[in-house]
Design a binder for this molecule. Structure first.
Ligand code: ADP
Ligand code: MG
Length: 237
């Protein structure tokens, strides 16, 4: 599914969180929204999801104007930094949740859940509870839960933000491989330029509610288009 964001603006009070943002995401691509804290990344993601009313502009998903479409009709999967799993449900039950409320048959749910457990490489852990998993494993379950209902679009807002550096690194590579497998059009928000470089097909650099540059990781790195991109991407940790 392709996504077009057309001249989207959003103010909170007097603060311009998004200022005529336009971008395009091609079918099956993984796009990273990269920028410092407060640059409008989450607001843009929420706008695409239908969780924010816009002051101006439109969001077209697969040729359909979804600007005023109810969120439940958008067929979007989410993973957030603190998108908690249900604590009293096992991994299997967590993944099954969205399928059960959509009235899949028992057989279908069972088959789908096993498929997803394999996809996230947690085959042996289906009967555990979230508290018995590591942080990285929990985010993999959150991803499986989001993918269970076969969303047209997957939105990830700093999904690995709460994890330690080593686990984050492992999950980057893992997410990349998962995306090669599943190929669902995805948008990944991060303030970590290494993460964006490693995971994304294309990067959108944001600053003060505007887009500074759009390009492949190599283009962004080799040919920063603005002084901001140069300093933000070129910074040495
Ligand atoms: P990012 O995800 O890049 O850190 P956000 O999109 O969350 O940035 O926020 C951009 C700016 O908009 C921030 O300065 C934030 O304080 C402000 N903002 C976001 N949501 C709200 C809201 N619901 N009410 C008021 N201000 C908000
Ligand atoms: Mg954010």
């Amino acid at each position: 599914m392709s996504i077009f964001v057309k001249k989207v603006s959003k103010k909170f009070g007097n603060f311009q969180a998004l200022d005529e943002v336009s971008l395009e995401i091609k079918d099956g691509k993984l796009l990273a929204l990269l920028g410092p804290s407060g640059s409008g990344k989450s607001t843009l993601l929420r706008a695409i999801a239908g969780l924010e009313t816009l002051d101006a502009g439109s969001i077209i998903i697969n040729g359909r104007d979804t600007t005023h479409l109810d969120i439940r009709k958008r067929n979007i999967g989410f993973v957030f930094q603190h998108y908690a799993l249900f604590k009293h449900l096992t991994v299997r039950q967590n993944i099954a949740f969205g399928l059960e409320i959509r009235k899949y048959s028992r057989q279908q749910v069972k088959r789908k859940v096993e498929e997803l457990l394999e996809l996230i490489q947690l085959q042996g852990l289906g009967d555990r509870y979230p508290a018995q998993l590591s942080g990285g494993q929990r985010q993999r379950v959150a991803l499986a839960r989001a993918l269970a209902v076969q969303p047209q679009v997957l939105l990830l807002d700093e999904p690995f933000g709460a994890l330690d550096a080593k686990v984050r690194k492992e999950l980057r590579a893992w997410l990349r491989r998962l995306h090669e497998d599943v190929r669902v059009t995805s948008i990944f928000v991060t303030h970590d330029r290494e993460e964006a470089m490693e995971v994304a097909d294309e990067i959108v650099v944001m600053n003060h509610g505007r887009i500074e540059q759009v390009g492949t990781p190599a283009e962004i790195y080799d040919r920063p288009a603005t002084p901001f991109v140069m300093s933000f991407v070129g910074e040495v940790n």
